[in-house]
Design a protein around this ligand. Structure first.
Ligand SMILES: Nc1ncnc2c1ncn2[C@@H]1O[C@H](CCC(=O)c2cccc(C(=O)O)c2)[C@@H](O)[C@H]1O
Ligand SMILES: [Zn+2]
Length: 353
């Protein structure tokens, strides 16, 4: 894992506490979580790709000049995922990396449209992710669920295809719980996707679109009013609109905050300028996530260390952050109680040692 964005300033013992803290992750992308080892292995299989097979060269390759450049690099990694076996390997290894960070539960954002349009058979795709999900739960104890998201820039064709894959009972995978919207926000207004989110919600899926990552607070309002968002991916620009912050706090609509992602994609200039403290002070429910960890030179543990520094948290504060994610998840009540109990037991044991 590259260290170029790891925050060196969090106190050492909090890092040890975080490393053992049971966690849930709600905003982390399937392809975006491919480790340097996996990406190198796939790049070596496909020498025609511009993705370097050398892990050291990958660090520079994963340095972005702006958000559009990030999407360009992201899609070059998507192009490496060409067979159901690639999908299965990637998914299982992502689960292994999550388990190493004591992630007990994760909602992994998958963009099936990007893979089916690149020739992977849709039934084989679903079988591959489901096989990996069941194997990961059996081998690592990590519970995975899926969010299927529309790559918004690909337009209504992508919206229709994603909605079909998410709502057709012959295709939708057992682990699917939510429906999202990713990709660039500039030039991709959210209201056009209302019919698709209506169909997904009617099929029992939860709405979790990205919004306010690279555009202003109106995009977050649109996600709330037109797409009936239950959580907001990033929501970074919400800090520019006090009424929106008050609305998010009053209706307890969680933000899926990904601090290092916002720096790496240049959505926010520096960590010290990140609005996470405004969110907390406004009473907004904050969850901590890694988004595309290897691409951003981070991991979930580091994101918790960043949050500890920016929010001046101790162990109890970090445990509360972890429980925010459990509560904001779409895991059943029994599952939530189990992880929350683990967090409390771990934290009490740490403080009494
Ligand atoms: N921080 C992020 N913020 C937003 N999105 C993020 C973030 N991290 C990862 N993603 C993912 O990036 C993809 C973008 C894919 C995309 O834009 C696109 C455009 C045109 C054609 C196609 C295609 O497939 O043919 C794809 C999405 O799948 C999304 O889930
Ligand atoms: Zn994201």
């Amino acid at each position: 894992m590259t260290e170029h964005l790891v925050d060196p300033r969090a106190p050492r013992d909090l890092k040890a506490f975080v490393a053992g803290l049971p966690k849930a992750e709600l905003h982390v992308h399937h392809v975006g979580s491919a480790s340097p080892r996996i990406v190198s292995e796939l790049a070596a299989r496909h020498p025609d790709s511009k993705v370097p097979a050398d892990p050291a060269a990958l660090v520079d390759y994963f340095s972005f000049t702006d958000f559009a450049h990030f999407i360009e690099v992201y899609l070059s990694v998507v192009d490496l995922i060409r067979t159901p076996e690639d999908v299965r390997l990637l998914t299982y290894e992502v689960a292994r990396d999550l388990a190493r960070q004591q992630v007990r539960y994760a909602e992994l954002t998958i963009t099936p449209f990007s893979s089916t349009r690149r020739g992977i058979d849709e039934r084989a795709f679903m079988d591959a992710i489901e096989d990996a999900r069941k194997a990961a739960e059996a081998d690592f104890g990590t519970v995975l669920r899926w969010c299927f998201d529309i790559p918004g820039e690909a337009g209504l064709e992508a919206a229709e295809e994603t909605t079909r894959l998410a709502t057709d009972d012959r295709l939708r995978p057992e682990g699917l719980v939510s429906f999202g919207l990713g990709g660039p926000e500039v030039g991709v207004p959210r209201p056009q996707f209302k019919p698709y989110f209506d169909r997904a919600i009617a099929a029992g899926l939860h709405s979790v679109p990205h919004a306010g990552e690279t555009t202003g607070p109106q995009t977050v309002w649109d996600a709330l009013t037109h797409l009936r968002a239950e959580r907001i991916g990033h929501g970074t620009s919400s800090a520019q609109d006090p009424k929106l912050l008050a609305h998010l706090a009053e209706h307890r609509i969680p933000l899926e905050v990904c601090p290092t992602s916002n720096i790496a994609t240049r959505a926010v200039r520096t960590l010290d300028e990140h609005p996470i403290k405004e969110f907390a002070e406004a009473g907004v429910v904050v969850t901590i996530n890694s988004d595309d960890p290897p691409m951003f030179g981070t991991d979930l543990d580091n994101e918790y260390a960043v949050a500890a520094r920016l929010l001046d948290l101790d162990e109890q504060g970090l445990a509360e952050l972890a429980k925010n994610a459990v509560e904001a998840s779409f895991l059943d009540a029994t599952g939530k109680a189990r992880i929350n109990e683990e967090i409390d037991t771990y934290t009490a044991g740490w403080l009494d040692r």
